[in-house]
Design a protein around this ligand. Structure first.
Ligand code: AMP
Ligand code: GLY
Length: 432
């Protein structure tokens, strides 16, 4: 198959890499890609958010399938535009991507579908929002409605902190239009996990559950990041829980979207909070609640999950994109997988770019897969070009083996100021 992957981060490298592992040989393109995708695909010099540019490339090159990585082009209607010229797209139309683009809309869909989630109220007026704080217990969560690059969420321990967050978003316009509406949300107690459900708008296949590590420092301390590592399968999703999640969360949302006239095709990513036995149960009465939906593969979850996905990946994506997805399209491999993000010093604050990266070949030779997140080629050298630079994935028979493989490969890599967490999968190990 001839396939275009849209995006240029670790997630897109993992998608392109997994496609390159299919038994059929594909002709792969990545727009814009990075120094890592160049090893498995041809990079196309068009930005992921340049909808017109991508459509033009698709018209001229007639791929069999377009796979969209990031949310921004989906929210901007890339899938609509590509579908309208008759090319199958893995990734929802804009009306579907709204599940990620508007937290208020996602709440509305969940309410209509009877999906358990934190109780929430939406406001555009700061005084009204502050007055409503009294009906929430502390901590309370204040969220910008729109896309705010993962920074639009404040878990406020005190009423004053919540009021400041409300003013920041509604009065000071901290997130611009994305923060012109805020949600006050019940705080959910527990452990998070990420569910990537592949869907064709009719049925869904859930990939192995994973867990992200959002904070910058070990022990889940410090500010939020895009994600510092992930592993799969995450044991917080016990026994029959995955089937329950499909029945009570994924399918009701897919069906509710369909009832609204939206055939949702692509990944429906559910960020869930699982409350432990004895923890504070949410007002929904359920131990498993939705924190958020994303309209795409997670990053770095994808770098951990896709190495565990067997079968013909291109066929599964194409079937989802064309309404023919079947349970048998995806098989899950035994074993476990872990990925650690290597970041630029200073991230998620300011950091320098252009640092030469060494040890990439040695890391790959040690049996791990090194996905590039923020790199570029510079006169034969590979240099850093982002906050999250590499995602180093190990796969093993056990989670311990996977984590060890990932860290021993990461230890071979070097660049000025590099930083990583050293406790990926700690929650899984704490359970043992
Ligand atoms: P979101 O952008 O909605 O995924 O929120 C970012 C992060 O904030 C989540 O991954 C959680 O760690 C935290 N968070 C968001 N909403 C809640 C909630 N209702 N209760 C507890 N933590 C939350
Ligand atoms: N790793 C979190 C996300 O992709 O949104």
């Amino acid at each position: 198959m001839k396939i275009l992957v849209v995006g240029g981060g670790g997630r897109e490298h993992a998608i392109a890499w997994r496609l390159s592992e299919d038994s059929e040989r594909h002709e792969l393109f990545c727009a814009p890609g990075n120094a890592g995708t160049a090893a498995v695909a041809s990079n196309v010099p068009v930005g992921a958010e340049d909808v017109d540019g991508i459509v033009k490339w698709v018209r001229e090159n007639s791929p069999d399938l377009v796979v969209v990585g990031p949310e921004a082009p989906l929210v901007k209607g890339l899938a609509d535009a590509v579908t309208s010229i008759g090319v199958p797209v893995f990734g929802p139309v804009a009306a579907g991507a709204r599940l990620e683009g508007s937290k208020r809309f996602a709440k509305e869909v969940m309410e209509a579908a009877g999906v358990p989630t934190a109780k929430a109220l939406a406001f555009t007026d700061a005084a009204a929002a502050k007055a409503a704080l009294g009906s929430f217990s502390l901590p309370v969560v204040v969220k910008a409605d729109g896309l705010a690059a993962g920074k639009g969420v404040v878990v406020a321990e005190t009423r004053e902190e919540a009021e400041r967050a409300i003013d920041d978003m509604l009065v000071n316009g901290r997130f611009g239009a994305a923060g012109a509406e805020v949600l006050l949300e019940e705080f959910l107690d527990g452990e998070e996990c990420s569910i990537l459900a592949m869907t064709d708008g009719r049925t869904a296949v859930l990939l192995p559950p994973s867990q992200d590590h959002k904070r910058i420092f070990d022990g889940d301390k410090g500010p939020n990041t895009g994600g510092m590592g992930a592993y799969a399968p995450a044991p917080v999703v016990e026994g029959g829980m995955l089937a329950e999640i499909k029945k009570r969360i994924i399918m009701p949302v897919v069906n509710e979207m369909s009832r609204r006239g939206v055939t949702y095709r692509g990944i429906l990513y559910a960020g869930l909070m699982v409350t432990p036995e004895g923890g504070r149960i949410a007002l929904s009465g359920s131990r498993v609640n939705v924190v958020e939906f994303n309209a795409r593969f997670g990053d770095p979850e994808t770098e951990a999950v896709l190495p565990l996905v067997g079968g013909d990946f291109a066929k599964a994506l194409l079937h989802a994109a064309t309404g023919r997805l079947a349970e048998g399209d995806v098989s899950v491999r035994d074993g476990a997988s872990a990925t650690v993000i290597i970041a630029s010093g200073g991230y998620p604050g300011s950091y320098e770019k252009g640092k030469e990266i060494t040890g990439l070949a040695e890391a790959a030779a040690s049996g791990a897969v090194v996905f590039h997140c923020g790199t570029k080629e510079d006169g034969g050298r590979v240099v850093t070009s982002g906050g999250r630079v590499l995602s180093v994935t190990g796969v093993g028979a056990t989670l311990r083996e996977a984590v060890d493989k990932s860290y021993s490969a990461a230890a071979k890599i070097g660049f000025d100021g590099m930083y990583m967490r050293h406790d990926i999968a700690h929650r899984a190990f704490d359970r043992e």
